[in-house]
Design a protein around this ligand. Structure first.
Ligand code: BDR
Ligand code: CA
Length: 313
């Protein structure tokens, strides 16, 4: 497989952290050009802090970590400390980062990267609200045609929402940004709740992380233990979904996932269903397809992949 150049746009978040670790553990397939942070699970200063903690945990202090937008395009920020804890990365006891935040704004880094590399060679991997990506598209509309693909975690259709009955957190926080991204014309692959709710960290799967025995394996086990207390209560399930790593797993092993190429629109008007990903799964409109919306995951294959990759760090 050829190495794919990616930008991870993220709001860590324990599941973002696992996604970043797996990407950094997979240099044969993935070249992380930079990590761009956005406000989401917690405010921007914390997501920027957490991304650097994760890079240092992985032993990759040379990764560029940029700070991006500190609030949605046109709304107040909604955060998710109730899931991720006060720092966003509660669970393991990890040292404060010492590597610097990269110079420049995340949005400009995204634009420059897409302009500097050949068209169709840089993949964007948004794991949080889409504010940075939408701002880049607004500021530099020429980049849309240069994006190889946008592989994002967000939305939900059959599963409904997780922050409101209709909306998933990442899309709900900045629906106007999501609307811009879904209309930008670049190829989009969506990992919605319909997939991630089938990828639960059961006890055996978390034991496998811990049994890696390294600081990374132990920290990942502690992270998932922390946020699963919330999901177990909420869903009454065996364990928490591990949302964001689905994006990175797709880049490495796309055959773990199945979905359909369909039309997906974002609700930006109705207060009741704000941020809903209206997915035309059954093709009942003639709206043109704009995204590959995943629905199935080989969960055992997914967790095996994560465990093997995390063990490399
Ligand atoms: C998404 O929201 C965040 O809480 C997680 O990090 C994930 O990106 C799941 O709805
Ligand atoms: Ca996230």
């Amino acid at each position: 497989m050829t190495q794919r150049k990616i930008i991870i746009d993220t709001d860590p978040g324990q599941d973002d952290a696992v996604a970043i670790l797996v990407a950094l553990a997979s240099p044969d397939e993935i070249d992380v050009l930079g990590i761009t942070c956005v406000a989401g699970n917690v405010p921007l200063d914390l997501t920027t802090r957490n991304a650097r903690i994760v890079c240092e945990l992985a032993g990759k202090r040379d990764v560029k970590v940029f700070a991006g937008c500190d609030r949605p395009l046109g709304r107040d920020l909604v955060t998710a400390e109730h899931v991720h804890g006060k720092t966003g990365l509660d669970g393991p006891d990890l040292p404060e980062p010492t590597m610097p935040v990269a110079d420049g704004q995340a949005v400009d880094f995204i634009i420059d990267c897409l302009r500097e590399h050949a068209p169709g060679t840089v993949t964007l991997c948004p794991l949080g609200p889409l504010t940075n990506i939408a701002t880049a598209l607004q500021k530099a509309p020429d980049i849309a045609k240069r994006i190889a693909k946008i592989v994002l975690m967000g939305g939900g259709y059959f599963e409904g929402g997780n922050i409101t009955p209709a909306a998933e957190f990442n899309i709900y926080v900045d629906p106007e940004a999501a609307d811009i991204v879904f209309k930008c014309g670049a190829p989009i692959v969506v990992m919605p709740l319909d997939v991630t709710h089938k990828a639960l960290v059961t006890k055996n799967r978390n034991d496998a992380f811990r049994d890696i025995g390294s600081p990374v394996g132990i920290a990942v086990a502690q992270m998932t233990e922390f946020f699963e207390r919330f999901d177990k209560e909420k869903y009454g399930s065996d364990g928490a979904p591990l949302h964001d790593p689905c994006v990175i797993a797709y880049l490495i092993q796309p055959d773990l996932f199945k979905g359909r190429h369909i039309n997906v629109e974002i609700e930006t008007d109705s207060e009741l269903t704000m941020g809903m990903t209206v997915a035309d799964w059954w093709g009942v409109t003639d709206r043109p397809p704009n995204a590959t919306f995943m629905k199935e995951i080989n969960a055992d294959g997914f967790f095996d992949l994560l465990t093997v990759r995390l063990a490399r760090l």
